[in-house]
Design a binder for this molecule. Structure first.
Ligand code: SAJ
Length: 477
């Protein structure tokens, strides 16, 4: 099988023209890093000219970064490769015909997690556009996080159907999952090890040639396409599981009147050969494009591959249980706010709540699957009025997110901190109290970023995730 493909790659020689499909948090940094590789003559960034994302095309071609939030190194590199004429963004997929390699970084959300039904429409549409312009000797790389079995399954089928060519014989096919975090996109692509999983050895070798020039400290870890899919979905599932474990512990600590951060420090102190204690941080919830859905991709893997794991009969998947604990945390925040309001002699109904932080992660404008949305819906259902603040977020359909803090704090009966933005770390308890106009406003800290004692001293009613040592404090009159 690999013989013909290997010779097709050899005939083509070095990869000099690359296409990147999907100009988002993964595609944009990947494209500019490929364009900055000496051997690579040109990179096309493919973006559909849709009402929601079409504006990115002109911005990118002017060398301007359309991503919200601080991305060290990206604006400069983008400006450089555009001014050198090595990168262009286009909605015209026919340019794929001139590419040696094409990477696909398109979102893979879930339509219905309960039934494990993913929404592969955007990915399928992208693969159809690639397949319709595919030529012999090309390499296709799927960087999106997908259910195990997808690369060898529907992805291959769509590409073969559209092109009339055969994967592993006429063109190469690989899964090389992205591992980036907002706020460190360029660094992550350069420094994280790159998992490269080909459907055959020739495809894997070709992809190693594509990624090696981009990596600085990162290594290449080759494996099969399905193993690469499991690696990616499992690493996020394990992170979600670790977060769920510490969130459950935080709920227990609240009930037992204990400070989770003392316990966490204690647990993390046990260090010895073979004993690792990767205990993560409890909080107001798990958001973003990855953790809230990748567990479902992993869970769906055996199904797609027609396999049934041997598992304790009738027991729920550990990974799905973890999901439900993390999904509960914003509701728990609402329960803490309600408990605090009760201590203030108020009910949730008719109370005004200031929600601080709409993005899912600190100092970023990324609000995909934000836990704040669950809290907002929960407290509104319980009768509260809510004003939302976030210094980095604008343009949220149906939610008035403000950038001016005092107008959101004004007249608030309770303040709920959802995101660890640096700005919130220096909230002044006296000034904020004056803005609320209340003698005992409630503050609920979902990211452990304020000092409970200085707020309690000023008369606030404090509630914190995992702070059983403080949540029943005496109210200062
Ligand atoms: N969170 C906690 N406690 C923690 C860590 C995170 O509550 O200790 C919450 C965060 O507040 C956030 C959510 O979880 O709401 C996700 O945070 P994250 O730090 O995991 O950020 P992501 O989702 O952007 O990054 C993850 C990373 N995956 C792993 O580390 C295994 C990143 O490496 C991946 O590239 C990324 O998913 C992805 O794109 O898959």
């Amino acid at each position: 099988m690999g013989g013909k493909l290997a010779s097709l790659f050899a005939e083509r020689g070095l990869i000099t023209t690359v296409g990147v499909v999907g100009m988002g948090y993964v595609g944009i940094p990947s494209a500019v890093l490929f364009a900055d590789v000496l051997q690579i003559r040109h990179v096309y960034g493919f973006q559909r000219d849709s009402p929601r994302s079409g504006s990115k095309i002109a911005l990118l071609n002017r060398g301007q970064n359309p991503l919200v939030g601080d991305e060290p190194g990206l604006p400069e590199l983008l400006e450089k490769v555009v001014s050198e004429g090595k990168f262009t963004c286009t909605p015209d997929f026919s340019h794929i015909q001139s590419c040696d390699a094409v990477t696909v970084a398109i979102q893979t959300p879930f339509l219905d997690p309960a039934d494990l039904v993913p929404d592969f429409t955007p990915l399928s549409d992208g693969l159809r556009a690639v397949g319709g312009n595919l030529a012999e000797g090309m390499l296709i790389v799927i960087e999106s996080t997908v259910t195990p079995g997808t690369t060898q399954g529907i992805a291959r089928e769509i590409l073969e159907e559209e092109s009339g060519l055969s994967a592993g014989k006429d063109f190469g096919l690989v899964h090389a999952p992205e591992r980036v975090m907002v706020g460190r996109l360029i660094r992550n692509i350069r420094e994280h090890d790159r998992i490269v999983g080909g459907i055959d050895p020739a495809s894997t070798r070709r992809a190693i040639g594509l990624y090696t020039p981009v990596l600085t400290t990162g290594r290449i870890i080759p494996m099969t396409a399905t193993a690469a899919e499991v690696t990616k979905t499992a690493e996020n599932t394990f992170r979600d599981l670790q977060i769920a474990a510490v969130n459950e512990l935080a709920l227990y600590c609240e009930a037992m009147g204990v400070n989770i951060y003392d316990v966490r420090e204690g647990i993390a102190s046990l260090r010895e050969e073979g004993v690792t204690r990767a205990i993560l941080w409890p909080g107001a919830g798990v958001g973003g494009h990855c953790l809230p859905k990748d567990t479902y991709h992993l869970e769906r893997g055996p199904q797609v591959l027609g396999a049934v794991p041997d598992y304790p009969p009738g027991r729920e998947s550990l990974y799905l249980l973890a999901r439900s604990i993390n999904d509960f945390m914003p509701v728990h925040m609402a329960n803490l706010a309600e408990a605090g309001l009760t201590r203030a002699g108020r009910t949730m109904g008719g109370s005004r709540i200031a929600l601080l932080g709409w993005s899912f992660i600190a100092n970023s404008g990324d609000w995909r699957n934000t836990p704040s949305a669950v809290f907002l819906e929960t407290v509104i259902t319980r009768g509260a009025d809510v004003l939302v603040h976030d210094p980095f977020v604008t343009g949220v359909p149906g939610v008035d997110v403000r950038q001016e803090l005092s107008s959101v704090l004004k007249g608030a009966d309770a303040v709920a901190i959802f995101t660890g933005h640096t700005q919130y770390r220096s909230l002044d308890p006296v000034r904020c109290l004056a803005l609320t106009g209340s003698r005992h406003p409630v503050i609920v800290d979902g990211r452990n970023i304020i000092d409970p004692d200085i707020f309690i001293r000023e008369g606030w009613i404090y509630k914190g995730i995992g702070r059983g040592d403080k949540n029943g404090h005496e109210i200062r009159t």
